[in-house]
Design a protein around this ligand. Sequence first.
Ligand code: SF4
Length: 137
Amino acid sequence: MKQTLSRRSIVKTIGLVSILAPLSTLIDWSKAFAQAAAKQLIDLTGKKRKDPVNKAAIAIATGFSYISDAKKEKHVGGIEKASAKGTKFPVASQFCHNCQYAPEAQKTKDGYSCLLIANVLVHNDGWCKQWMPRQDA
Ligand code: SF4
């Protein structure tokens, strides 16, 4: 038996897909945001936070020469980098808030969720030598 799709059923299917696809993206973003919101800001001094999560994050951050305030502290090991579009980023313009490893979708009121330093938030004006410009920069 030959089955044919009616124009109406095709339009309905396309409509359903166009509603569900953005919805799943929205759900992914909200999950990522909820995970980021559950994280706490890294404490490099280890005085305010003595938990193992912070200790593990300090070990990684130290290896990357992370600093929590790149406006005041020295960028040890920093070099000028350029985006794919050719925009140059001198070391002084590099911060966690414009790093590709800190997606804007994972920004919280306290800081950013960094893809390289897991389970903690990094400071908005933080920096480390892994800094890379965002794709759209
Ligand atoms: S990788 Fe980027 S976001 Fe993560 S700590 Fe370094 S500069 Fe900040």
